[in-house]
Design a protein around this ligand. Structure first.
Ligand code: HEM
Length: 482
């Protein structure tokens, strides 16, 4: 794939080859795409469906069947297929090798920014494009620089400093569960994790302010699937834009205090992050943090909710994990939690069976290889990372709950390149993965040393996308204090 240096003087070609004019402006400046071209129609030589009617049908089918809808298309047309989701003409990929090649992006052919901006564009505040700092809205060198500035806030050192806050928030909430009674787990997990986000991300302890933050983030997220991105035509979009304004104003108000006094929260860590060229100014901090809360919102909650269902369904595993949690020392450290091997196996199995982030989109900057096909510039590719966990070519009995497939003795997840990507792959791999893993381990160590639980009413859950993935149903639990 060509880069800025390959654009010839006439401004219309790369090494003499005529290039899509809409994309040229991006190729000239691959680090900071400032133009957002329209999406090209997926090429007809790729087997599949497209067009208005297919798009409408798929919207309903996707709502009803979730990822299974695309799994069915892959079984008909192959692991690289043409499809349509509402207005989006897409190329779907379920092949692990092709997905890992695209996400690795060794040929610099794919843009994350163009894909993410397609859906989030407009959900922003007025920031000079040159200062843009949302990780997912940057590619290449600009992304690398920002990622280096963000990384220290997710280092082991930072995670160890967050541990007390995480532990305290979970204990405080879980201790309030009834001794013998019902817990609506999905609702409860949402509450607990949103309070934790306020405290951990911003150092906000006031429940009212935490609720304002949560409501605004929920509105922001709620606007993502909106097609009519206009505040006069869509109430949901209006709420999303207002949510972003509320979040921004909360953050701008916090900055002076966090810069002066610091604190044990992610925002304070980012305030002091520096590289050779300096740190982040106020606008960049807000833009970056908007991306982090967007990316973090509900993800761990969804995974935890699916794991609650599986642990309720398989009480033997509750006992296994309880025994491991009981062995933790009183003042458990980051290393102690990271050493929770059995809990980690169940968490990994949960994210395989019920993937949270199941689609990783990319847009081609030029003519790009997708398996044995060539996609034209501006093709929107959906990498279905969430379907990899169900592929019988990659896993033994994928429908079976079998956490030991992740044991070092079996290591089923390491048989094929790119077969298990719950946190993505390549330079945009989830920056918060270690934090999410830590939260899961701490959370279950606290629940399982205090409670035994079962489903209040047994049911067989399926994977649902809304738009993040998790088990279906409310996961109503009957809990009993140990
Ligand atoms: C179970 C929980 C989580 C899952 C399954 C998950 C999944 C993912 C995936 C698949 C990506 C890659 C997206 C892509 O390549 O386009 C990603 C990126 C990202 N995640 Fe997570 N995530 C989780 C939790 C978190 C948390 C807790 C945070 C922050 C506190 C976070 C922050 C981010 C950010 C900022 C990115 C963008 C990284 C970049 O573009 O460089 N995530 N996440």
């Amino acid at each position: 794939m060509s880069d800025a240096g390959n654009v010839e003087n006439d401004g219309k070609s790369i090494k003499g080859i005529a290039v899509d004019p809409e994309v040229l402006s991006i190729i000239k400046n691959p680090d900071r795409p400032e133009a957002f071209p329209s999406i090209a129609k997926a090429p007809n030589n790729i087997p599949g469906v497209s067009g208005f009617i297919a798009g409408m049908k798929s919207l309903f089918a996707y709502k009803r069947e979730g990822l299974q809808f695309f799994a069915n298309q892959a079984s008909i047309y192959g692991k690289v297929f043409r499809s349509q989701l509402g207005p989006y003409s897409i190329v779907g990929v379920t092949d692990h090798e092709v997905i890992s090649q695209i996400l690795k992006n060794g040929d610099r052919c794919w843009s994350t920014a163009l894909a993410v901006e397609r859906v989030t564009r407009g959900l922003s505040f007025d920031i000079d494009l040159k200062k843009k700092s949302r990780l997912m809205s940057l590619d290449f060198d600009a992304h690398r620089r920002m990622r280096n500035l963000v990384q220290p806030a997710f280092s082991d050192r930072a995670l160890a400093s967050y541990l007390t806050v995480i532990h305290h928030e979970f204990v405080h909430n879980i201790e309030a569960w009834p001794r013998d009674g019902a817990v609506s787990f999905r609702v409860e997990a949402r509450k607990i994790f949103s309070q934790l986000a306020a405290r951990l991300f911003f150092g906000i302890g006031d429940p009212k302010e935490a609720a304002r933050l949560e409501g605004a983030t929920r509105d922001y997220w709620g606007a993502i699937p909106v097609v009519l991105k206009n505040r006069h035509l869509s109430e949901r979009w209006k709420r999303g834009v207002d949510g972003v304004a509320t979040l921004s104003s909360i953050m701008y108000d916090l900055i002076p205090k966090r810069r002066d006094e610091g604190g044990v929260d992610l925002f304070s860590q980012l305030c002091k992050s520096r590289d050779d060229t300096g740190g982040l100014d106020d606008d960049q901090l807000v833009d970056l943090m908007l991306n982090i809360i967007f990316a973090a919102f509900d993800t761990t909650t969804m995974g935890i909710t699916s794991m609650a269902y599986l642990l309720a369904k398989y009480p033997h595993w509750q006992e296994v994990l309880r025994a491991e949690a009981m062995r933790l020392p009183e003042q458990a450290t980051l290393a102690d939690f990271n050493g929770m091997e059995r809990t980690t196996q169940v968490w990994k199995e949960t994210l395989r069976m019920f993937p949270v982030s199941a689609i990783t989109p990319r847009v081609s900057l030029g003519e790009c290889q997708v398996g044995s096909y060539v996609a034209p510039p501006r093709t929107l590719v959906f990498n279905f990372t969430g379907l990899l966990g169900q592929d019988p070519d990659l896993w033994d009995h994928p429908q079976r709950f079998d956490p030991e497939r992740f044991s070092s003795a079996r290591a089923e997840h390491q048989r094929h390149r790119g077969q298990y990507l719950p946190f993505g792959h390549g330079v945009h791999t989830c920056v918060g993965a270690a934090l999410a893993n830590l939260e899961a381990r701490v959370f279950w160590s606290i629940v399982l040393t205090r409670y035994r639980f079962s489903l209040a009413k047994d049911y067989d859950a399926v994977h649902c996308m809304s738009p993040l993935g998790s088990v279906s149903g409310e996961v109503a639990l009957k809990v009993e204090r140990l």
